[in-house]
Design a protein around this ligand. Structure first.
Ligand SMILES: O=C(O)CCC(=O)C(=O)O
Ligand SMILES: [Fe+2]
Length: 297
């Protein structure tokens, strides 16, 4: 069993090997870090392929063609559905989410185990205790976004307080399209993860800033960071993958440990890491520990 000092060294080794110290500093100070494609190693070709897979899946589920430039090729009808975060500001949703991305295609599984993303998540949550929670995407078009509140929330908001320094959830937002204020960028209050509390409105929205970054960037953030997004004002789509992580003590959004197809986990860039983060093989779901045998004299 590695002791605390060894575990700390291992964690720092991954950060140093990948040259992630500047991003770790930003995570510590601001609660988020923007990592460019040159550091994550995810090429723009890979980003375009992921985007096309999501647009194709959107077409399959919604029933009309989607392009980044022009958005949906038809009017979209949400029926009476009110978005969960949109309710904070009483606006109509102008996005949808696709879920369980890692079942769609190997490209999503490769992204889920991207070494840079995993090292940053492990830095915040703890290396041996980091697990997947869910793999989702946001397809967002021009509209009210999350309204005046900017939908500010903490991702670990469902975890009882008090919260500490260790992130109980942390998130990787992969920006598959350009993030500018007018394109509906991520919003956050830098340093708010250190307040260890929920955002208080309307002051929180006044403190928020847009996180603008080029297509392909990774926004890694702490589960206590106050964040949301600005409304999209331009034509076309903002496309984002949200790979959401958790501490092993926290329930997953998607029951990956029990329901994710094991054979798919073997088909990715790093099956060992995928399986460890998936949390397969939970003990206590079977007679995992031996029992002594009666000695018959
Ligand atoms: O850009 C957004 O809509 C915010 C995404 C978000 O809240 C999340 O991924 O946890
Ligand atoms: Fe969130």
């Amino acid at each position: 069993m590695p002791n605390v000092a060894t575990r700390q060294r291992d964690r720092n080794a991954a950060i140093a090997e990948l040259g992630l110290e500047p991003y770790v500093l930003e995570l510590e100070l601001n609660g988020y870090a923007v990592v460019p494609p040159s550091v994550t190693g995810v090429t723009l070709d890979a980003i375009d392929r992921l985007t096309q897979l999501l647009l194709d899946k959107s077409e399959e589920l919604v029933g009309c063609r989607f392009t980044v430039e022009d958005g949906a090729a038809c009017e979209l009808d949400y029926g009476g559905y009110k978005g969960i975060i949109e309710r904070m500001s009483g606006v109509e949703p102008s996005q949808f989410q696709l879920m369980q991305l890692c079942t769609f295609d190997r490209a999503f599984r490769d992204l889920a185990v991207n070494p840079v993303a995993v090292a940053l998540m492990r830095h915040m949550i703890g290396a041996p205790t980091t697990r997947f929670s869910s793999h989702n995407c946001f397809i967002k078009w021009a509209g009210d976004g999350y309204g005046d509140s900017l939908g500010l929330h903490c991702d670990q908001g469902g975890v009882p307080q008090p919260w500490g320094r260790i992130a109980l959830n942390a998130n990787c937002n992969w920006c598959l399209t350009e993030y500018t204020l007018d394109d509906g960028a991520f919003a956050c209050v830098p340093g708010s993860h250190l307040r260890a509390s929920h955002p208080v409105q309307p002051a929180a929205a006044r403190e928020a800033i847009p996180v603008e970054c080029p297509k392909g960037s990774l926004i890694a953030f702490h589960g206590q960071l106050w964040h949301g997004a600005y409304p999209k004002k331009t034509p076309g789509l903002r496309v984002t993958i949200s790979n959401y992580f958790r501490h092993a003590a926290i329930q997953p959004q998607d029951d990956i440990p029990n329901h994710f197809p094991r054979e798919l986990a073997d088909d990715c860039d790093d099956p060992e890491t995928f399986k460890q983060l998936a949390g397969f093989g939970l003990p206590y779901q079977s007679q995992a520990l031996p029992v002594p045998k009666a000695r018959i004299a």
